[in-house]
Structure formats: C-alpha cells, structure tokens
Write a protein that binds this ligand. Structure first.
Ligand SMILES: [Zn+2]
Length: 208
C-alpha cells in the first residue's frame, strides 16, 4: 500500500509549523492484522529520529508478541518501546521535551488514552498511534473509533485476502476462542476481504 503513504508529508508540515509555534497533532494508523500498521508506525518514527527529534514509544503490556521492550511488525521491523499497563502510566512516563510520541496496539488501551493523546497534542507533541480498527467479529474496536474522530490525520492500511487475493479489511480468527482479546499472529488470524470474512471463527485457508 505504498502509494497511499506517498501523500504523507507530516514531517514537512511539522517543519513549516515549528517556526510559528503551532500546536501538535494526532496521526492514527488503522487497519486489519497483517496490513502493515506497525511497519508504517516504525517508518514514521525512524524518520523523526533521522530529523533528530526526541521520540518516545509505548505499547500496552497485554501484547507480548516478539519482545516486551520493542514494537515489531510482521515483516520483522522493530523499534524500542516502553511497555505500560494504562494510559495514565504512559502519561506518567512522558518526558517534557519529547517531540514525537509513538503508540502501537492502541486498541488494547483503556478509554483514557483518548484524553491523554489530546493532551499530548495540545502540549505541542506529534502523536502517532496505530491499532486495529475492528475486532474479530468486525465490530469497531474501542478506543480506535474515538481516536479516529479526534485525529488530524488518518491512514488506513490494508492486507491481502489469503483466500482470494482481494484487498483485505478484516482480521479473520482461525482459532476457536470467543474472547475479544486473543493475542496471536498467523497461528490464530488471517487477512480476509469483505466477501471471504465470516464474523466468527473459521477454519484456516489451505492452498494446495
Ligand atoms: Zn477474499
């Protein structure tokens, strides 16, 4: 989905605003699993670091895939991050001179994250938050809908349907669990398009 990001010129916008002392802003990256959300988040954070901006990255502790002290994409990109239990804990660890705040797995945060990122943006920080916009039943996954509403910039990433090859917008659960939060990767989920998605568990797709 590289072509969608070609319009992402937030770094340039920031540069032009810095001199006039403008406020910060919120960028939200949403999509299904395997759509490249974390990869896009890491890409933006790396660019901020190249620009020598102070970056802090957080993720909720519920997600213990790959490693605790970093965020990781399915393609293997990683970035150091601080695990936190709540939005309040994240705010307590926030340093005053941080310019860019990265947050991954936003859907696992409590609702207080909404006011927290508003406060960060108001204090002049650029906040980039990635997360799943729908759960395994295709329902909006709070607090992502609320974050989408207050964000200045929104990027929707898409995966490829493993069944038919169309653009995928859904995370199909392939394990039997009915818990809303069931952490896993390709062992428990696969990307599906609207036509192939079934809003409950389904057997994994097998290709000959
Ligand atoms: Zn499909």
């Amino acid at each position: 989905m590289v072509e969608e990001f070609a319009f992402d010129n937030t770094e340039e916008r920031r540069k032009s605003r810095q001199s006039s002392g403008d406020a910060g802003w919120i960028e939200v990256i949403v999509g299904s699993m395997f759509s490249g959300k974390s990869e896009e988040l890491i890409r933006r954070l790396r660019r901020a670091q190249i620009a020598r901006q102070k970056v802090q990255v957080f993720k909720p502790t519920i997600d213990n895939r790959y490693s605790i002290e970093q965020i990781a994409s399915h393609s293997g990109m990683t970035h150091v991050s601080k695990p936190v239990m709540t939005a309040a804990e994240m705010m307590a660890q926030m340093e005053v001179d941080t310019q860019v705040v990265g947050i991954d797995e936003g859907q696992f945060f409590d609702m207080a994250i909404v006011e927290a990122v508003n406060e960060l943006a108001r204090s002049g920080k650029r906040v980039i938050i990635a997360g799943l916009d729908q759960d395994y039943l295709g329902r909006p996954f709070e607090p992502m809908p609320q974050l989408l509403s207050i964000a200045e910039f929104i990027t929707k990433t898409h995966a490829i349907c493993v069944k038919c090859g169309n653009t995928a917008n859904y995370s199909q659960r392939t394990s039997a669990s009915t818990e809303r939060v069931e952490v896993g990767a390709s062992d428990k989920y696969e990307a599906r398009c609207r036509r192939c998605f079934v809003p409950h568990s389904d057997v994994p797709t097998v290709h000959d």
